[in-house]
Design a protein around this ligand. Structure first.
Ligand SMILES: Nc1nc2c(ncn2[C@@H]2O[C@H](COP(=O)(O)OP(=O)(O)OP(=O)(O)O)[C@@H](O)[C@H]2O)c(=O)[nH]1
Ligand SMILES: [Mg+2]
Length: 179
């Protein structure tokens, strides 16, 4: 009976918004979430947004991948409204843009629609250090630079790579917990 019951329970809808500076790896990460593998070709720059749906962890996830080049906050408002989770992607190999990321993240979290929304920070491109291509910022440094310690939001930082898949599904599971 238990098995019959669980197989009949429909997936719950869950709206996830993925944001971050351009080139951080949002589209590549979403590809991992959907396909479980890295893209064969580097993705094209996302102008405006991409929309994807995928079923994971008992949720029908509606995912909005917001291109990093468009910084119009009026444009963001539309996507943030009704979101259950925010995933903010940071390029860990780009030390010089961490303060810009902090500014953008705080702007996003300042929207009323973000109150009570779980915020997952994905510290992406960790493979670059593992493959000895370049040094990346540690999770500790990213935490400090993003300045979330006094935030009322529920947040978590997960190191990840859209090349190896490290950390992506663990982070996503955290982001949708309790939705
Ligand atoms: N080494 C490495 N490269 C990555 C990783 N994730 C993304 N990239 C590369 O980084 C570049 C940008 O990736 P995108 O996924 O297009 O980044 P985005 O955040 O969607 O960028 P916009 O659409 O411009 O906002 C591409 O060349 C990717 O192949 C990663 O985890 N490791
Ligand atoms: Mg993109």
């Amino acid at each position: 009976m238990g098995i019959l019951y669980s197989s009949c329970v429909p997936n719950r809808d869950c709206k996830i918004v993925i944001m971050g500076l351009e080139g951080g790896g949002k589209t590549s990460i979403i590809n991992w979430m959907r396909e479980g593998k890295a893209l064969e070709e580097p993705p094209q720059v996302t102008y405006s947004f991409n929309y994807f749906e995928c079923s994971k962890f008992g949720y029908n996830m509606k995912m909005f991948d917001i291109g990093g080049t468009d910084r119009k906050t009026t444009f963001w408002r539309h996507f943030l409204s009704g979101a259950h989770g925010l995933i903010y992607v940071v390029d860990s190999s780009n030390f010089t843009r961490l303060s810009e990321a902090r500014e953008q993240l705080h702007k996003i979290l300042g929207f009323e629609a973000m109150h009570g929304v779980r915020t997952l920070i994905l510290a992406n491109k960790m493979d670059l250090q593992d493959r000895k291509i370049c040094q990346v910022a540690s999770v500790e440094l990213i935490r400090k630079e993003l300045g979330l310690d006094n935030s009322f939001h529920q947040w978590c930082i997960e190191p990840c790579s859209a090349v190896t898949g490290e950390g992506i599904m663990t982070g996503l599971r955290w982001a949708v917990q309790g939705v």
